[in-house]
Design a protein around this ligand. Structure first.
Ligand SMILES: Nc1ncnc2c1ncn2[C@@H]1O[C@H](COP(=O)(O)OP(=O)(O)O)[C@@H](O)[C@H]1O
Ligand SMILES: [Mg+2]
Length: 397
């Protein structure tokens, strides 16, 4: 059918044509916004799940919800080995500009921007030459004495307090969304938790919503033991059968087309309900079909097409990032889990490869850092990418 009208959207962070099966999370956030705005104590949310389940998209949706209520909102994507100051100041700059539209005292807004700038400038290493110094794009002079001590924990509390005060003035709040939260530096995680803790105790209207891989709760609790009381963890997972069907039927229906129930059966079997796969196969079946309703034959024709796309865009792009010895490790994981993506004992991997466990630590640590695998339980390791084991076994022949 007309490729121009193809409604599906496979791709990291791509807004799906139908956000299926996330009512629980949307409702939970609705409650958070309402309570925080009223100065009630409330745990913030942390979304966890494998790659491609829709965390980034959901975070974007929560951001829109906050903005529709007149909140200031900003988003940070954490990266390994990168400090929080720069991306955080950009995100809060956004949030402050949102709030400034309603604020009646421009001097007050400028004051907060001055503090934000001082905070941001601290991202420069001490003693950096003037011409090498990074300049945040904030159009006011930096103030001094607040949020610029260089101690990230102190500075975050002061900065958050300033920004939250601005939101209080206009009767709303501030939402800070942190994607790939497991990639924050340990110092930044700890400071962020401490600042959230402090702000929630004072009833300031600022919430941090995180998203990350399944081991994120472990990262947070290793950093601050009270993090379990600070955040409510919501596991984002594959879609249930009826939700996966809706994710396909609704967008097709809006284009005045239909799909048979046999085709839906086959589609669910292939996608396993993983949102990324739902979009990838959805896109391919639309292009493969020549007439509505889309049928089983269309799914058969489309499947290799979709798989080829996934092999490059979803699996391949990640596999590329692994070195030869890391690939060997991944392959052993795939073989031991028989392509079923189950956690595998690290001792068994060493056995499989005929190596001493200690000699494999560098490969494993680097795979953890690259976010290709995670450890949900001690001594075990699993893929962060669904169906990765199957993909690796398929490569062999
Ligand atoms: N609830 C949903 N229903 C249907 N498709 C979804 C849903 N959530 C995400 N998707 C699709 O899944 C893919 C991956 O989403 P993304 O948010 O990047 O996942 P993650 O951040 O967990 O890796 C995108 O193509 C997106 O359109
Ligand atoms: Mg994401």
């Amino acid at each position: 059918m007309d490729p121009v009208r193809n409604p599906f959207a496979p791709g990291a962070g791509q807004r799906p044509p139908e956000l299926a099966g996330r009512d629980r999370e949307l409702t939970a956030f609705e409650v958070v916004l309402e309570r925080v705005a009223r100065g009630r104590p409330e745990r913030s949310l942390v979304l966890t799940g494998l790659r491609g389940v829709g965390k980034t998209v959901l975070l974007g949706e929560l951001r829109s919800m906050a903005m529709r209520r007149g909140w200031g909102a900003g988003k940070v994507e954490a990266r390994p080995d990168a400090g929080l100051r720069r991306p955080l100041s950009a995100a809060l700059h956004r949030a402050v500009r949102d709030l400034a539209l309603k604020h009646r005292a421009p001097d007050r807004v400028e004051e907060v921007l001055g503090v934000l700038k001082a905070f941001a400038l601290r991202a420069n290493p001490d003693g950096a030459k003037l011409r090498d110094r990074w300049q945040p794009g904030i159009d006011v002079p930096a103030t001094s004495g607040r949020a610029d001590s260089g101690d990230i924990e102190i500075d975050l509390v002061e900065l958050f307090t300033e920004v939250a005060d601005l939101a209080t003035d206009v009767g709303t709040g501030v939402a800070l969304l942190v994607d790939e939260m497991q990639d924050l530096e340990p110092e930044d995680v700890s400071a962020l938790c401490a600042a959230c803790h402090e702000l929630s105790q004072s009833g300031a209207p600022l919430v941090v919503v995180g998203a990350g891989l399944p081991h994120l709760p472990a990262v947070l609790s290793a950093s601050k033991s009270y993090s379990e009381r600070l955040f409510r963890y919501l596991r984002i997972d594959r879609l249930e059968r009826d939700e996966a069907d809706r994710a396909v039927i609704a967008p097709i229906g809006r284009e005045d087309a239909e799909i048979t129930s046999e085709a839906l059966d086959m589609l669910f079997e292939t996608s396993g309900g993983y949102p990324y796969f739902v979009q990838a196969y959805g896109k391919a079946i639309w292009d493969a079909a020549s007439l509505s309703p889309i049928g089983v034959q269309d799914v058969r024709v489309a499947a290799p097409e979709a798989e080829a796309e996934l092999a490059v865009g979803f699996f391949g792009s990640r596999y590329e990032r692994a070195t030869p010895s890391e690939r060997e490790y991944l392959q052993a994981m795939a073989e031991l889990s028989k392509g079923r993506d189950e956690p595998v004992g690290t001792a068994r991997i060493a056995e499989e490869l005929g190596r001493k466990p200690s000699s494999l630590s560098p490969a494993r640590d680097s795979l953890l850092k690259k976010g290709l695998v995670y450890s949900g339980e001690r001594g075990h390791i699993a893929f962060t990418v669904p169906h990765f084991g199957r993909f690796l076994l398929g490569r062999d022949g």
